[in-house]
Design a protein around this ligand. Structure first.
Ligand SMILES: *[C@@H]1O[C@H](CO)[C@@H](O)[C@H](O)[C@H]1NC(C)=O
Ligand SMILES: *[C@@H]1O[C@H](CO)[C@@H](O)[C@H](O)[C@H]1NC(C)=O
Length: 245
């Protein structure tokens, strides 16, 4: 609801008119306000930023910078507004990330000719890893890879081959991502409060969605499934939750 308020708020509408933007192409998103040493305020408020679609679904690529609103969630109304500056919006071209439907073969062709491979420099030949159950061997590494409903992928007993002794030397007992914190570190008025706690309470496990072969991953990717407990406690398989490349 808070995200819809700007579109009915006259000063915001005037700001959009000034920029020549169509209201029906605007989407707004709420962010936590954070705390930066201000006097304590018990209101439940969010900061709302807006984006421009008009030719893309990837609206995060088209921020309407310079404009920000504060919404009080209890009153459900705009309590503060600022239009600081008109900043050009990036073009819509080339920002769409949606999958183009096709057959497996076409998918592979697209993947090979597409930009994903070029961007991350994925290997073209046969993979140089082997998987036995959950044990992965890759170059001189050996580790156990498992999925956990709470944290997502867990690497355990990671060892590296000691060429002199010809034995594996343990370097990590257990490692996983417990949090993802993204402080943007940008001091501008519309950005300083964006210190996003992307994963913490929810964790990487419950946020997992199946990876799409040929779209998210290269043709030679090897996928692993993950298991969740559903609400009655029974295990539920989610396919392709993570992969080895
Ligand atoms: C919306 O997109 C169309 C097609 O790309 C473009 O011609 C038009 O100028 C855009 N309108 C606004 C207001 O940005
Ligand atoms: C990786 O490649 C090397 C050289 O081609 C080979 O000796 C080794 O067994 C490969 N490792 C795995 C884990 O497949």
């Amino acid at each position: 609801m808070a995200n819809a308020l700007p579109l009915e708020y006259p000063p915001f509408i005037a700001s959009m008119e000034k920029r020549g933007l169509k209201l029906e192409e605007i989407v707004c998103v709420s962010f936590t306000v954070g705390w930066f040493g201000e006097k304590k305020n018990s209101n439940r408020v969010v900061k709302v930023n807006c984006y421009y679609l008009n030719g893309t679904v990837n609206f995060y690529m088209r921020p309407i910078e310079g404009v920000i609103l504060v919404v009080d969630l209890d009153q459900m109304k705009v309590t503060w507004y600022n239009d600081r500056a008109i900043i050009p919006i990036p073009k819509a071209e080339g920002t769409d990330y949606r999958q183009v439907k096709g057959t497996k073969g076409e998918g592979e062709e697209r993947f090979r000719s597409g930009s994903i491979e070029e961007k991350v420099g994925m290997q073209h030949d046969e993979p140089n890893f082997s998987i036995e159950g959950h044990t992965v061997r890759w170059e001189n590494w050996e580790f156990h890879l498992a999925f956990d409903m709470r944290v997502g992928p867990i690497i355990s007993v990671a060892s590296i081959l000691d060429p002199e002794q010809n034995t594996y030397r343990r370097v990590l007992y257990r490692g996983f991502l417990s949090e993802i914190f993204v402080p943007y570190m940008d001091l501008t008025f519309e950005w300083y409060f964006r210190t996003i706690f992307d994963a913490g309470e929810y964790g990487g496990g419950v946020s997992t969605t199946p990876l799409q072969p040929f779209t998210d991953c290269p043709p030679h990717a090897h996928f692993m499934d993950g298991y969740f407990t559903n609400q009655d406690g029974s295990p539920t398989k989610t396919p392709n939750v993570f992969l080895c490349i």
